[in-house]
Design a protein around this ligand. Sequence first.
Ligand code: BJW
Ligand code: ZN
Length: 263
Amino acid sequence: MTGPELAEAGRLLAAARRPVVFTGAGMSAESGVPTFRDAQTGLWQRYDPQELATPAAFRADPALVWGWYEARRHGVLRARPNPGHRAVAAIQARLPETVVITQNVDDLHERGGVPAPVRLHGSLFAPRCSACARPASLPSDLPPSADPPEPHDGPLDPPACGGCGAPVRPGVVWFGEALPSAALDAAVEAASGCDLLLTVGTSALVHPAAEIPLVAARLGAPVVQVNPVPTPLDAICAVNLRGPAGEMLPALVRAAWPDADAG
Ligand code: BJW
Ligand code: ZN
């Protein structure tokens, strides 16, 4: 893959020392994890994700919402990191001050070689009590020798908290809830001090996360976007790389460092 945009983005990455990589659901699309705003499959076609990902939906029907998250968690367990995840790890290996900030609730950055991404919207793998916030464990559905479970499909009662008996909830950030303050502070600090922000696979519709690239741009850092389609961030980007992350990111790493192993 060649082209003036890729060459320019490669020059910006090669010149960076403290880049931020900001990712959304499109990062994991080529791993087979549906994006948040993709059409859903199976039973879940009937529901709008924006209406399921709320505290009110969980209060109204805990089994519906817990079942949806278990279905998605099982899908992620079956997924593998794609070449885009490995290219992000290659950037961090080259530039150790790289900060990876993700909106994703899967664990594919970690499995792709980025040990500690800043998680703005929580994780599918960190459930907690809906009343007392005590961390809860998940069913041990991945014994070392077993295949990942078949995706769960349908409502499922959440487990009860071992401390107070209230329903356990997914450890994610729903609409109307505050983002974890340590993660948000770390993200704003990294974006404020970066010398390049690479935004990958996000529609940039959900706030306050969508403001992270704007913080970097406002303070003068160039913003490079990887997305097959335009987003509200197009206008602030120095370079728009229109294509899938699994192809564009390895190509970008090769453009920056022709000798690199881009995954
Ligand atoms: C590819 C690709 C490939 C495809 N390669 N790319 C300001 C203005 C307006 C509204 C608000 C505002 N501030 C706050 C709000 C309200 C609300 C909000 O933003 N609403 C908007 C929808 C209008 N925000 C909130 O409620 C937040 N909380 C809050 O503000 O609290 C205030 C408060 C303060 C103090 C005390 C109490 C309260 C919380 C937001 C939490 C969002 N959580 C979710 C769900 C997480 C759990 C779950 O997954 O179920 O996070 S919503 C969902 O959207 C999820 C995602 O992380 C997030 C972002 O989505 P993302 O990643 O961009 O995915 P998609 O699907 O939208 O886009 C995919 C993109 O990939 C597309 O562009 C494709 O083209 C692209 N793509 N294939 C590269 N191969
Ligand atoms: Zn409890």
